[in-house]
Each structure stands twice: as C-alpha cells, then as structure tokens.
Design a protein around this ligand. Structure first.
Ligand SMILES: Cc1cc2nc3c(=O)[nH]c(=O)nc-3n(C[C@H](O)[C@H](O)[C@H](O)COP(=O)(O)OP(=O)(O)OC[C@H]3O[C@@H](n4cnc5c(N)ncnc54)[C@H](O)[C@@H]3O)c2cc1C
Length: 139
C-alpha cells in the first residue's frame, strides 16, 4: 500500500513546515493531498460566477463528478461519491450555492474525522477563500 493510500508519512530525517507532513519533495500523504484539494475546490467555488453559463455549469459538474472516480485516496473517493449521490450539486445557484454545497461536503468529512465544523455562510466561506478577514491581515 502506498503512503497516500495508508495516510502515513515516511521519513524522520528532514524537517518540514508541519511536523506531520512528508518532507519537502516527497509525494503527498492523505492530509497534504486533502488540504491542497480543498484549497483548490473551495477557491474555485468562491470564484465561480454568480450566474454561470451552461458550459460553466457543465464543466464544474464534470470536475465534481470526477472526484469519486479519480481522487487518489480510495476510501475518501468512495465516501465522497456516496455523499454526492445523497446531495447532488445544483449549479444553477452559482458561486453562493456551490460554496455552501462544498462546505457541507467538507463538513461531512470533518465530522467523520472528529474535526471542527465550518460555518457555511457565504460570508464565512468568502472570508476564508476569497476576501480574507476584515482586519486586513491577508491583504
Ligand atoms: C474530497 C475529499 C475527501 C476526503 N476524505 C477523507 C477521508 O475519508 N478520510 C481522511 O482521513 N481524510 C479525508 N480527506 C482529507 C481531509 O479532509 C483533510 O484534508 C486532511 O485531514 C487535512 O486536514 P486539515 O485539518 O489540515 O484541514 P482540511 O480539512 O484539509 O481543511 C483545510 C482548511 O479548510 C478550511 N475548512 C475546513 N472545513 C471547511 C469547510 N467545511 N468549508 C470550507 N472551508 C473549510 C479550514 O480553514 C482548514 O484549515 C479528504 C479530502 C478531500 C478533498
């Protein structure tokens, strides 16, 4: 089983930014891949149009529906597929409803892993993934 499939990190010889991550230059483990994927998905949702065209909706649907088939963590992909079947995305609502839908799917994973749940209001998801906090520390 690969490090990604087992979720383990492999080396103790090099320091990293996070102590639980594989050393720089090594393949991602489940946590690293997850953080990178959520970053991409939430950011893409935050910048999805308010009123997407049919082609934009189709392409986004293709991206989301590819995850249960292609995401390279088999149990993550399987769970996500089950959750998508239970809650199919409706992309006609544009970035606001997509951001909420994705936040809810991420919260389902958080709940399974015993992590804190995220506030899925558009204010919270935009602050985290698009605008940054109002104190300007990310500007
Ligand atoms: C589709 C998918 C399925 C996964 N399934 C599994 C699994 O079955 N088992 C497993 O062990 N790991 C799974 N993972 C990985 C897991 O979700 C985490 O990415 C990983 O454990 C690292 O967690 P983290 O605490 O660093 O933060 P992450 O959960 O990666 O979150 C990154 C950042 O997103 C923000 N955030 C948190 N929750 C939300 C939310 N609901 N909406 C918006 N922003 C939020 C926070 O600022 C957080 O710091 C999956 C990842 C993906 C992309």
């Amino acid at each position: 089983m690969s490090a990604l499939a087992s979720g383990s990190s492999t080396s103790t010889t090099k320091s990293t930014a996070r102590p639980d991550e594989p050393p720089e230059g090594c393949p991602p483990d489940v946590e690293q891949l997850g953080r990178a994927t959520w970053t991409f998905l939430h950011t893409t949702a935050a910048y999805f149009p308010e009123n997407p065209t049919p082609i934009q909706r189709t392409r986004m649907l293709g991206l989301l529906m590819a995850l249960p088939v292609l995401y390279p963590c088999s149990y993550c992909a399987q769970h996500l597929g089950e959750r998508i079947n239970a809650h199919p995305p409706d992309l006609r609502g544009g970035r606001v409803s997509l951001s909420r839908w994705l936040c809810e799917r991420h919260n389902e994973v958080n709940e399974r892993l015993g992590k804190p749940l995220f506030n899925c209001s558009i204010k919270s998801t935009d602050e985290r993934w698009k605008d940054g906090p109002s104190d300007g520390r990310c500007d």
